[in-house]
Design a binder for this molecule. Structure first.
Ligand code: FE
Ligand code: FE
Ligand code: ZN
Length: 278
């Protein structure tokens, strides 16, 4: 099944996102759990959630992706920033208990000046603190471009975090095509080889979602500037190869390209011509 969608504004609630997704040809979507650059959170609207779930079932929607705010840093040096990260994750996961079809994706963090080893330990400690028996939501580490002191640029770093997490069965990875390319993985000339490395180091069974973005910068630039599909350094051919890999048939693909809804609709329509009949 081809699961395709894009990032949507959560301002009008879940049912509104579902209807927008359907209108632009999507059968999944991503949204921020709260203001991506702040932390405030809206009251939970259980009626809206129930209405969305009925709509999603009727329309054959797949798993959706809840994205944590960028301000969350699970390996911060500052104790208050760390406490904020824990509080946001705990609250978000509690809220997502009402939405079993959602997975939770977050940027592992920036180690600031502590070094990646300490960053890795802190991120795993944070996950061990927030993941409990009551939480059923799958939690995904996103692959990062490696700008600044970001942890999670290499598959080895992600594997090292996962190795330290106790509740591994609850963990997965979201591969961002712009981030891995900027991070130095050449998905343009060797997508097969990059996926093989992912499989050897992390395990393909952990790949739960893909962020489908072109990049404004060259391979290994460590920049993280998304481009529309075909307008960047990754290009249409490589994007087509990404979505056609036989081992990724059922993985949801989410666009985070710099688009308005019409642009997303066009990209989704093009992607559907490539995975036609699904
Ligand atoms: Fe992200
Ligand atoms: Fe992303
Ligand atoms: Zn990005």
């Amino acid at each position: 099944m081809f699961w395709i969608g894009c990032h949507l504004s959560a301002a009008k609630g879940y049912l509104a996102m579902g209807k927008t997704a359907k209108r632009i040809g999507a059968n999944t979507f991503q949204f921020f759990t709260r203001n991506p650059r702040g932390g405030s959170v809206k009251a939970l609207d259980l009626e809206d959630i129930a209405a969305y779930r009925a709509f999603a079932k009727e329309n054959g929607f797949g798993k959706i992706l809840a994205h944590a705010p960028y301000t969350l840093n699970a390996c911060a040096a500052d104790a208050r920033v760390l406490a904020f990260a824990r509080q946001v994750m705990q609250e978000d996961l509690e809220r997502l208990a009402h939405l079993p079809e959602a997975m939770y994706n977050f940027h592992p963090g920036s180690h600031v000046k502590q070094g990646e080893e300490i960053g890795i330990v802190k991120i795993a400690d944070m996950l061990n603190c927030v993941l409990t028996e009551e939480i059923q939501t799958k939690v995904l580490l996103e692959t990062m471009a490696g700008k600044g002191t970001e942890v999670g640029r290499t598959f080895e770093q992600l594997a090292a975090i996962l190795a330290r997490v106790e509740r591994k069965e609850q963990m997965g990875v979201c591969l961002d095509t712009c981030h891995v390319f900027d991070g130095g993985y050449d998905i343009v000339s060797d997508w097969e080889g990059v996926l093989r490395q992912f499989d050897e180091i992390i395990g393909l069974e952990r790949l739960c979602a893909v962020h489908l973005n072109d990049s404004k910068n060259p391979l290994g630039s460590r920049k993280d500037r998304h481009a529309c599909l075909g307008e960047g350094t990754i290009g249409h051919r490589a994007i087509a190869e990404v979505i056609c890999h036989p081992k990724l048939r059922d993985v949801p693909f989410l666009l985070e390209t710099p688009n308005e809804l019409e642009g997303y609709a066009r990209e989704i329509a093009w992607l559907r011509t490539i995975r036609k009949g699904e």
